[in-house]
Design a binder for this molecule. Structure first.
Ligand code: COA
Length: 328
């Protein structure tokens, strides 16, 4: 069967206005700017306004992506929102977004793969377009992580931020578009990074709230070791499937969790830092939003040109990981 080549027709991003600096965090928990910058590379992150939820951030990023793609909302066949901070349990954030956009023809669903969610979304959407099932799919990574961050826990509250990135996927010319995906999961590592309160196992009760079970819990150094191993593995495996090697990479767009994790991936792939998109100093870790925000900024700043080989790679709770190889 001849599959239709699928690529990115337009990108968009949105980050809330409110900046939370390391200096402000110094007033909230026992930490300091020097520690945060040297251990993570993060200098500031964005916080959604009290009246903003994930779908509001997703909407702004989506409008930009649709404009860049020259596609109207009515032309969308499907909307996928990758998020771990949906507006509510249901309806899905994708359905809320579909209504805000007026994308009346589009099917819509949320996808839960934590920080790997955007890559999982790209793989899902591109398969559906390649098979001929759909033509235009909006894939969004959007998070309000500040709503599930424990601002009394210095191990986690320094890391996360809010924001959204979006892409419109559609048919592209032969020789362009996605070349390969590598997705993976290791559910045995689920306890390393989780929010256990509020689901069917631990419903919201006064006790669960008192025990702060509705906030992110993380075994930082274990996640760090996993991330260092999996970033290189996933990128190399995706390149292998694409029939390419690390020397073919023009730009790496990694998940923006920690500068030391990104640097170890660069070492493993023998890539100089100027072949890598890094913006975690400004936004911290935005989970499913990190990669599409970084991609949109790479496009905005002219760092991607036609024919470039772009590798996106991420990891996160689940545990999950994902990588893609794309000819722009
Ligand atoms: N400020 C100051 N000190 C802090 C601190 C903070 N914000 N957070 C932790 N520390 C302390 C710890 O309490 C520990 O002190 P101790 O030795 O007295 O117990 C010390 O710093 C070192 O902690 P450690 O956890 O070994 O630091 P680290 O070098 O592993 O860095 C992370 C911590 C969280 C930055 C790092 O492990 C990390 O980035 N992990 C991956 C997290 C991640 O990416 N999560 C999302 C995945 S999508």
């Amino acid at each position: 069967m001849n599959l239709q080549p699928v690529g990115i027709l337009g990108t968009g991003k949105y980050v809330p206005e409110r900046v939370l600096t390391n200096q402000e965090l110094e007033q909230m928990v026992e930490t300091n700017d020097e520690w945060i910058v040297s251990r993570t590379g993060i200098r500031e992150r964005r916080l959604a306004a009290p009246d903003q939820a994930t779908s509001d951030l997703a909407y702004e990023a989506s409008v930009s992506a649709l404009r860049a793609a020259g596609i109207s909302a009515e032309e969308l066949d499907l909307i996928i929102v990758a998020t771990i901070t949906p507006d509510m349990f249901f309806p899905s954030t994708a359905c809320i977004l579909q209504d805000k956009l007026g994308a009346s023809r589009a099917a819509a669903f949320d996808l839960s793969a934590a920080c790997s969610g955007f890559i999982y979304g790209l793989a899902t959407a591109s398969s559906m377009i390649a098979s001929g099932m759909y033509r235009h799919v909006l894939v969004v990574g959007a998070e309000c992580l500040s709503r599930i961050t424990d601002f009394t826990d210095r191990n986690t509250c320094i890391l996360f931020g809010d924001g959204a990135g979006a892409v419109v996927l559609g048919p592209v010319a032969e020789g362009r578009g996605f070349r390969a995906f590598e997705l993976g999961a290791d559910g045995a590592g689920g306890d390393l990074l989780k929010v256990c309160g509020g689901g069917s196992r631990v419903p919201a009760t006064e006790q669960s709230i008192g025990e702060r079970q509705h906030f992110i819990q993380m075994a930082g150094s274990e996640v760090f070791k996993f991330a260092v191993r999996i970033m290189g593995n996933a990128a190399e495996e995706a390149l292998r499937k694409a029939g390419m090697g690390k020397e073919d990479i023009d730009l790496l767009v990694p998940h923006q969790a920690n500068i030391r994790i990104i640097q170890s991936a660069l070492n493993r792939l023998q890539l100089p830092e100027d072949k890598c998109m890094i913006n975690l100093d400004k936004y911290g870790n935005v989970s499913a939003g990190s990669i599409p925000i970084a991609l949109a900024e790479a496009v905005e700043s002219g760092r991607i040109k036609e024919g470039d080989t772009i590798v996106m790679v991420g990891f996160g709770g689940g545990l999950t990981w994902g990588a893609s190889v794309l000819t722009w």
